[in-house]
Design a protein around this ligand. Structure first.
Ligand code: SAH
Ligand code: SF4
Ligand code: F3S
Length: 481
């Protein structure tokens, strides 16, 4: 997509409205960075590392879009002129990885003192983290949070003008800034934010504290963005939100998520629609109906259960019971028979007993997940669960975690083989990493297939015969469409 900066008048005062204000800083930085690049006799390079979820991945595409617009060229290496970490704080180990890598960056910055290091994302929304960086990681240049990523150009300009560490973290926002540049990682598929923030306050989860209150984008903006993406070659979109089922509740003209899906289904040229993440507490019959009738919504539902114990679910503030969840799964399977169901599970939530854990195993057996992300409970400061008594010892959690993984693996490898021998439509995504004569693509139900082919197929829908299932993926061959 071509991004238009022609409407900016540099002689005039700095605009106060967005996105004009950021466009102004982009034009200004283009000049400055061009001069720097000429002085060095080489292009200026940027590197962005993303931690965390798809929401962060999408934000990173926006950050990279701005950086490329002002003249940086993307590189795989951290030995660059601008390095940005888009961080995650959902579990403690995500934080530790950032600190580890910041140490390494210090060495690189000594060799290239003009290097700019920026940190943003969910970790930066925590005051204690920012304090620690201010104290112990003085080589960081810019810190900002999840609510003002659109301001990147302005923050870089402030850094170049002032030389000190720039810190700009907002507690929350009701703004949604549209129309800034984006650099998509894939030409043929894209994430699309439909809402930001979360109001659910699951008792273990830090996301509502670092992503702020729930707000939905206007359906017209979403549809327009997808239409533009399709014009630009995108055939698959992933609609993103922490709880997509509550989409539209806060709009001036409220709209349901199912209603939004119906609008998106009508977009010509769009082949596939995915979404992430629905919450079991308000997955509506209307949504199941829309999925049933849709030609474009993928046959995949990621439905995080977190625990199979109704008692623990209550403590987690998930607002559904084991029975309600299993009932939902039955309804979905009846309406969409070939659907693939996947989930997230937390092991070792405070107070989890052997009986509670057995309930989780029972859900795993009853649902038959194609795959499941399993997490060891991580205590997040400020959440309700962090203050709960009866935190479970690490060794007990580890044993349960391994039992759960074994159970899931045993079930899912058998399930995934169910399509063996059939011909399925596959979106071809990339050249196989291990064997360059093979292409890798995905079925509607998100399962991966490798088959002989060439690079020209990338981004196309192909009919592929699934010859053999190897646990979590298929080997196949393309047949006539
Ligand atoms: N909004 C999504 C999930 C976002 S976070 C939802 O409600 O399903 C992604 C996953 O991280 C969660 O589903 C949960 O399984 C896991 N998670 C969140 N907080 C956690 C914590 N404190 N410890 C361990 N896992 C956690
Ligand atoms: Fe966290 Fe719950 Fe919100 Fe998901 S729905 S982001 S788990 S608080
Ligand atoms: Fe992590 Fe933030 Fe996503 S905490 S999981 S990057 S919303």
């Amino acid at each position: 997509m071509i991004y238009n900066l022609d409407d900016i008048e540099m002689g005039a005062p700095v605009p106060t409205d967005e996105p004009m204000r950021q466009k102004y800083f982009m034009v200004k930085l283009r000049e400055k960075l061009k001069a720097e690049s000429e002085r060095l006799g080489r292009p200026l390079k940027m590197h962005c590392t993303t931690f965390g979820c798809q929401m962060n991945a999408r934000d990173s595409e926006k950050l990279t879009g701005i950086l490329e617009e002002i003249g940086y060229v993307e590189t795989d290496s951290e030995d660059a002129d601008f390095v940005i970490y888009n961080t995650c704080t959902v579990r403690e180990n995500a934080n530790q990885r950032v600190y580890g890598r910041l140490g390494h960056l210090n060495g690189l910055k000594r060799k290239n003192p003009n290097m700019i290091i920026a940190l943003c994302g969910c970790m930066m929304q925590e005051a204690a983290v920012v304090e620690k960086i201010k104290k112990s990681y003085r080589h960081v240049d810019i810190i900002f949070g999840t609510h003002n990523i659109f301001k990147l150009a302005e923050l870089i300009d402030s850094r170049l003008e002032s030389k000190g560490m720039i810190i700009d973290v907002w507690e929350d926002t009701n703004k949604i800034i549209e129309d800034l540049p984006v650099d998509r990682k894939y030409s043929f598929k894209s994430g699309v934010n439909i809402m930001f923030g979360c109001n659910n306050f699951c008792s273990y989860c830090i996301v509502p504290f670092v992503r702020g209150r729930e707000r939905s984008r206007n359906p017209k903006d979403i549809v327009r963005e997808i239409e533009n993406l399709v014009e630009d070659g995108v055939v698959e979109v992933m609609l993103l939100g922490q709880n997509v089922n509550s989409y539209g509740k806060t709009l001036d003209e409220p709209m349901t998520f199912a209603g939004l899906l119906r609008e998106i289904e009508r977009i010509e040229g769009l082949e596939r629609i995915r979404f992430m993440t629905p919450h079991p507490k308000d997955l509506s019959d209307e949504l199941i109906d829309v999925m049933k009738d849709s030609k474009k919504i993928c046959r995949h539902l990621h439905l995080p259960v977190q625990s199979g114990s109704s008692r623990i679910l209550k403590e987690m503030n998930r607002q559904y019971t084991k029975e309600h969840y299993l009932g939902l799964v039955d309804k979905i399977k009846a309406a969409v028979p070939d659907v693939s169901i996947t989930t997230d599970i937390i092991v070792g939530f405070p107070g989890e007993t052997e009986e509670d854990f057995e309930e989780t195993l029972d859900v795993v057996r009853k649902v038959g997940y194609d795959s499941a992300y399993t997490f060891i409970y991580s205590k997040r400061t400020g959440t309700k669960a962090a203050a709960m008594e009866d935190q479970i010892p690490a060794d007990v959690i580890k044993v349960r975690f391994d039992r759960l993984r074994n159970e899931i693996q045993g079930i899912s490898s058998g399930l995934i083989a169910r399509n063996e021998g059939t011909v399925q439509q596959v979106l071809v995504e990339e050249v196989n990493e291990q064997n360059s004569s093979l292409m890798t693509g995905r079925l509607s139900n998100n399962i991966v297939v490798h088959f002989p082919g060439d690079e020209s197929m990338i981004g196309q829908m192909k009919a592929v015969k699934l010859n053999k299932c190897h646990g979590f993926y298929y080997m196949g061959e393309a047949v006539q469409n």
